[in-house]
Design a protein around this ligand. Structure first.
Ligand code: SF4
Ligand code: SF4
Length: 169
């Protein structure tokens, strides 16, 4: 009886080994789906989800397409987005005379993302009525503290531009 148990267990072990080797053999002959990072670079990041970033207006890389509606902040289940609207500029003497009140620009003053809370769920991207945010392809993100992952995406959009067209500098 004892011997029969041992034979059964040995047969199960052998079967498990054969099943494992079968999978190894199958994938051994197929092309690699991984790369030797960082010696090799990923050449297709189309489906990669990095932290979100703002998309600029067509033809104006300094101005985010965002209209400060706050829909993304409401849709975010983790509460990681805070959008601050711009204030209207002070009226010029002519405008005061004509009773015109200047309107605030639509694009946000700040667009803060707490990436430490983000689950990359995509609710913000899907809910945006202006198609103003997308996932970045930033794969080399690292930091020394939580604060390194608190982003102002407006400042980030402008800082990523070539210096000769960056008004903020
Ligand atoms: S991807 Fe999801 S968790 Fe991250 S900011 Fe957007 S809505 Fe929030
Ligand atoms: S990113 Fe889109 S949803 Fe979020 S505040 Fe701007 S326009 Fe609204």
């Amino acid at each position: 009886m004892y011997r029969l148990e041992e034979i059964k267990r040995a047969a199960q072990g052998m079967w498990s080994l054969i099943a494992g080797l079968n999978i190894t053999g199958k994938y051994f002959l197929q092309p690699n789906v991984t790369i030797h990072y960082p010696r090799q670079e990923v050449d297709n990041l189309a489906t990669f989800r990095g932290h979100i970033e703002l998309i600029p207006e067509d033809g104006d890389p300094l101005t985010p397409r965002c209209i400060s509606c706050g829909t993304c902040a409401k849709a975010c289940p983790s509460g990681c987005i805070t959008v601050t609207k711009q204030k209207a500029p002070a009226p010029t003497p002519e405008e005061v005379e004509q009773g015109i009140k200047p309107k605030a620009p639509k694009d946000p003053e700040t667009f803060r993302l707490d990436f430490t809370l983000c689950s990359l769920c995509g609710q913000c991207v899907m809910s945006c009525p202006a198609d103003a945010i997308k996932f970045s392809q930033n794969i080399n993100i690292a930091g020394y503290s939580r604060q390194d992952f608190y982003f102002d995406l407006v400042a980030r959009l402008r800082s990523r531009l070539p210096k000769h067209i960056n008004k903020a500098e």
